[in-house]
Design a binder for this molecule. Structure first.
Ligand SMILES: NC(=O)C1=CN([C@@H]2O[C@H](COP(=O)(O)OP(=O)(O)OC[C@H]3O[C@@H](n4cnc5c(N)ncnc54)[C@H](OP(=O)(O)O)[C@@H]3O)[C@@H](O)[C@H]2O)C=CC1
Ligand SMILES: O=C(CO)COP(=O)(O)O
Length: 317
């Protein structure tokens, strides 16, 4: 039995896909949303247009949802620590699979490190990689990375579906940093396109951004191959090139000087700040991430950030 905690776009899409294998419970904190989803068999609030199969039980009862042994956590990253701390008793002894992409601003931890710290009696895994909720919800083919320190063969089989192909990895650090860091670069790619700097500039930013992702991740113990896989390169390509990405759209609005929609989940903003901090304290060169943090805070204009990046000392690639 599998439960998904968090009925946002991604949690809902994963529940739909997993329901191809058997019963799934989808938990929402919002009783009114649960009522509406039960009635319409659709998550009109977060994933309109995708229908919720009967194999999905929708509930606002967290105790009931936590009876499952395998629990997917699909919450925004900055809400995860408080949720884990509050519900640690309910979650202990479970296999917890985080589906979030980000770094906790307060602790600098990624999802698996956070789960290990706050629910030490649980087994922590992460599901990440190139996958828009809308695509998964429509049953389109998708490949993801499932990382768990103790290997994940049985879990891999449990969470793979006819349309969701999972590759397993033991590198939780690489998997979670790949997913977190690509969001920062995706904001940058959006800025480039919104400001009209063109496709060549975006390719340069993606490539040099990928170098930064590798630098930070390897310094924190990740395997470079993980970053070259779905969790890193794959997701970087997806989010930097698609206007389906909320991080890309956020950057685009910044670059174009448009109004930012503050209600949308844009994980890369907090992650950019966490990364800027790590870069400063760890002496790791992350110029693009640092500029993106400054742009998100309006501490710099797009023109200033561009000039600062282009006028860095010339170096070997
Ligand atoms: N959407 C996508 O395509 C993908 C998303 N992800 C990752 O999944 C994570 C979730 O994103 P996504 O589903 O898109 O976000 P959404 O904005 O669609 O939904 C967030 C969900 O989290 C719920 N929530 C927020 N705070 C809490 C809390 N304290 N307790 C319980 N529930 C809470 C919200 O409830 P409420 O509606 O009541 O506010 C909402 O259901 C992110 O880290 C994202 O990067 C990963 C891959 C793809
Ligand atoms: O992580 C994602 C795709 O893999 C979703 O990206 P956004 O959060 O930018 O929409």
């Amino acid at each position: 039995m599998i439960s998904v905690l968090g009925s946002g776009a991604f949690g809902t899409a994963l529940a739909i896909s997993l329901s191809q294998n058997g019963p799934v419970t989808l938990w929402s904190r919002d009783g009114e949303q649960v009522r509406a989803m039960r009635e319409t068999r659709e998550n009109a609030k977060r994933l309109p247009g995708a229908s919720l199969p009967d194999a999905i039980t929708i509930t606002a009862d967290l105790d009931a949802a936590c009876r499952a042994q395998t629990i997917l956590l699909a919450l925004p990253m900055q809400r995860t620590a408080a949720f884990l701390a509050e519900h640690a008793q309910l979650l202990k002894g479970k296999t917890l699979v985080s589906c979030s992409k980000g770094i906790d601003l307060e602790t600098g931890k990624g999802p698996t490190a956070l789960m290990a710290a706050l629910v030490p009696q649980a087994r922590a895994a992460i599901l990440t990689g190139p996958s828009f909720a809308a695509d998964i919800g429509r049953g389109l083919p998708t490949a993801l990375t499932l990382a768990c320190a103790d290997g994940a063969e049985a879990l891999q089989a449990e969470l793979s579906t006819p349309s969701l192909r999972l590759y397993r990895s033991a590198d939780t650090i690489g998997a979670e940093l790949g997913g977190a860091l690509k969001n920062v670069i995706a904001i940058g790619a959006g800025v480039v396109m919104g400001a009209g700097m063109g496709d060549s500039a975006r390719a340069a930013l993606m490539t040099r951004g990928f170098a930064e992702m590798n630098r930070l991740a390897v310094a924190r113990g990740a395997r470079p191959e993980t970053l070259s896989g779905l969790a890193g390169f794959g997701d970087l390509v997806l989010t930097c090139t698609s206007s389906q990405s909320r991080n890309f759209r956020h950057g685009f609005a910044l670059g174009a000087g448009e109004t930012i929609d503050q209600t949308v989940t844009v994980e890369g903003v907090a992650t950019a700040h966490a990364v800027a901090r790590m870069a400063e304290h760890g002496g790791i060169e992350m110029p693009i991430a640092v500029m993106i943090a400054a742009l998100c805070d309006n501490r710099m204009t797009v023109a200033q950030a561009t000039l600062a990046l282009l006028s860095r000392p010339l170096k070997e690639e």
